[in-house]
Design a protein around this ligand. Structure first.
Ligand code: SAH
Length: 247
């Protein structure tokens, strides 16, 4: 098998160890054999979110049901920073964008929350998960973030674990900017970002959030950002302050 770094990376839902047989689904088989024209003996990088990244070999180049065999581990499993993103679903394409960027930016868990002004058609969790897997394969990560079904904001707040910092991105912009607000928070603190819908938070929601014991109100600058812009900006700033964007 060609020993250079495999160019193709695949997420597989199979335990990975030396000699592990990996049966690919039709889509993955078509991609490897028909689109990428791999033959038996070719190398593919595979990861499953818990066993690190492995170099695998195409052992059966079947167009519809290819098989790989894991040969050597290339990377150990690394945890993602303990950072969650709570966001109110918006238009489908922009929600897809938020979920994909959350994965690239190293978010550990994505939690759609339904707020008073949320206007969204039904969330297709399977489609969103497929976007996350594609993003994980592209960005070189060995994890795929968790993705929860949508929950009402009230339920989420009522069950909020006190040890997790809830970073409330408050469009009122009276709170300190996120980096200033997190200046004293130790790196690695379990945290979550909360981004509202296009219509923002209702006055009641904003009041409840500002009063919540685990919440920290922050501003994302002097301009009103679209929810998808706010999600990317907040995740980047939170990764610098609390996550794995460091020397
Ligand atoms: N339509 C609302 C803004 C909603 S923006 C209005 O005009 O007030 C969508 C979400 O992005 C907001 O709920 C908030 O969570 C976040 N957001 C946008 N701009 C922000 C800013 N400057 N500071 C903090 N949060 C912001």
């Amino acid at each position: 098998m060609n020993e250079t770094e495999p160019k193709i990376r695949l997420y597989v839902d199979t335990p990975l160890h030396e000699g592990a047989e990996i049966g690919l689904d039709r889509g993955q088989s078509n991609y490897l054999v028909t689109v990428m024209r791999l033959e038996a003996g070719a190398g593919v990088a595979v990861f499953n979110g818990c066993d690190g990244e492995w170099r695998a070999e195409v052992t059966d180049a079947h167009r519809k049901a290819a098989t790989l065999t894991a040969r050597t581990r290339m990377r150990v499993q690394e945890p993602l920073p303990d950072l969650h993103l709570l966001f109110a679903p918006i238009k489908k394409a922009r929600t897809d964008f938020i979920v994909e960027k959350a994965c690239e930016l190293g978010c550990a868990r994505v939690r759609p929350v339904i707020t008073r002004y949320t206007q969204s058609d039904r969330l297709n969790i399977d489609r969103l998960h497929a976007h996350m897997i594609e993003a994980a394969e592209q960005c070189g990560g060995v994890n795929v973030p968790g993705l929860d079904p949508a929950q009402p904001l009230g339920t989420v707040l009522a069950e909020w674990p006190e040890e997790r910092l809830l970073i409330f991105c408050d469009e009122a912009r009276t709170a300190p900017p996120l980096p200033t607000a997190l200046a004293e928070t130790p790196r690695g603190t379990p945290a979550a970002l909360l981004i509202g819908p296009e219509g923002g938070f209702s006055p009641e929601e904003a009041e409840r959030l500002r009063a919540h014991p685990a919440a920290l109100s922050v501003s994302l600058g002097p301009r009103i950002l679209r929810a998808d812009t706010a999600a990317v900006a907040a995740l980047a700033l939170a990764q610098v302050a609390l996550g794995d964007w460091r020397a």
